[in-house]
Design a protein around this ligand. Structure first.
Ligand code: HEM
Length: 406
């Protein structure tokens, strides 16, 4: 048994993952955490799985850089995908990152987010009504994915009849972030950036001509900048709007989809949540920990770094495995158990440090409203057949989950 576990850690290669890993990565995560927590991969990069190592990397932006210019150039060349990813705040270091983040955090203010709640409740109830009328439904397409696309559309006030392509653009751009991509995935990603930019240029022009309320409309706020005169350049504005639209789509779809699938697989926890709806906040945190929708983060070392007994040279690419850290027994009691009342729960699903998710308050609100209202309306929902996984290593979730409303 132990030999098998050692072998699982020894043979791990992020570029050659098996179907078994996609279905259930946690035995491999455990093997790595125990036997090779700072794992050197065949391509010379390192894969980190321990909670404490991830926290140190996330918190030390000087030693662990988010700037991806060096890493992405060989992958994307001089393309729009390259321009997009290297202009997004998430792939920059301070001070460029600090300035853009300040403007985005100002736009995603608690007031702007609280103002979204009534529309969000109305949207969720509308979707639940449509599901009730059908009886048999598809959890992702009919529910989980339909929520973030509307919420993010509302955030930037994209007219309803112009929202349809947003999700496909997002999926194509984020798909190109997978560790290994085909020429076709690259071409689709590039085309999506081009189409997205062309659309946003029009949207920004319209908004400049007719500004919205900066307290509620994030795009108006980003165009106008802060009172101290700080503004995004037009390139920063367009690419960071694309990033915002992307960041909130697949991740939040997966939070809702993973949550409702996990609850149906853990009937006692589901019953507990139905009987104690006030547990929804801790339940959402536990779902984020247990099936983290964003499984991987990336950094590059800027200097020599010692991690335990392993020394990493400067310029080493490092993958931070959030999914593994979130089940580290040194941090979480019974980490393989889904416990919707778990406290404390200092999971890393939103990362930590300077780049901690700027949309986490919104994601938490969406998750809580979607899951609690779904359970209240369909306490006896059941999976009908096998859910189909998304087949991505970075974003963990389902493509489709056939269900009965019950
Ligand atoms: C369950 C849903 C979500 C998850 C799991 C998630 C996860 C994350 C993670 C792990 C990061 C850190 C990336 C890194 O530095 O390596 C991040 C950053 C970010 N997220 Fe989210 N996210 C979610 C939803 C959202 C939403 C709804 C929005 C926007 C409305 C958003 C906007 C952002 C932004 C702007 C950043 C970059 C922050 C920075 O670099 O300073 N996210 N997110």
């Amino acid at each position: 048994m132990n030999a098998n576990v050692r072998e699982l850690a020894a043979s791990f290669d992020l570029e050659k993952l098996t179907g078994e890993f996609y279905a259930n990565p946690y035995p491999t995560h455990r093997a790595l955490r125990e036997h090779e927590p700072v794992k050197r991969l065949p391509n010379g990069s390192y894969f980190l799985t321990r909670y404490d190592d991830l926290v140190s990397a996330y918190k030390n932006t000087k030693l662990f850089s988010s700037d991806k210019k060096k890493e992405f150039f060989p992958k994307y060349g001089n393309s729009l995908l390259y321009e997009h990813h290297t202009t997004s705040l998430v792939f920059n270091d301070p001070p460029a990152h600090t300035r853009v983040r300040r403007l985005i955090m100002g736009a995603l203010s608690p007031r702007a987010i609280a103002g979204m709640e009534p529309d969000l409740i109305a949207l969720v109830d509308r979707l639940l009504g449509a599901i009730a009328a059908k009886g048999s439904f598809e959890l992702i397409g009919d529910f989980a994915a339909a929520i973030p696309v509307e919420v993010i559309g509302n955030l930037l006030d994209v007219p309803h009849d112009e929202r349809e392509p947003l999700r496909d653009w997002s999926l194509a751009i984020l798909g190109a972030l997978e560790p290994v991509i085909s020429a076709q995935v690259f071409a689709r990603g590039n085309q999506a950036v081009q189409d997205f930019l062309a659309y946003l240029e029009i949207l920004v022009e319209r908004r400049r001509a007719k500004p919205g309320n900066p307290e509620r409309d994030v795009l108006t706020r980003l165009i106008q900048g802060e009172d101290n005169g700080e503004r995004l350049t037009s390139k920063e504005l367009l690419h960071n709007c694309i990033f915002l639209l992307n960041a909130g789509h697949e991740t939040t779809t997966n939070l809702i989809g993973n949550g409702l699938v996990a609850l149906s697989e853990h009937p006692l926890q589901k019953k507990r949540l139905i009987e104690h709806p006030d547990l929804i906040k801790t339940a959402v945190e536990e779902i984020l920990r247990f099936e983290s929708s964003n499984q991987l983060g990336n950094r590059m070392t800027t200097e020599r770094v010692d991690l335990g007994t392993v020394t990493l040279g400067p310029g080493t690419p490092v993958t931070l495995c959030i999914g593994a850290a979130n089940r580290d027994p040194r941090q979480f009691t019974d980490p393989e158990t889904l416990d919707i009342g778990r406290t404390p729960n200092r999971h890393l699903a939103f990362a930590t440090g300077a780049h901690q998710c700027a949309g986490m308050a919104l994601a938490r609100l969406e998750g809580a409203i979607a899951i609690s209202r779904f359970l209240a309306r369909f306490p006896n929902y059941a999976l009908k057949g096998q859910p189909v996984r998304g087949g991505r290593v970075r974003f963990r979730g389902f493509l489709s989950v056939p269900c009965l409303a019950g």
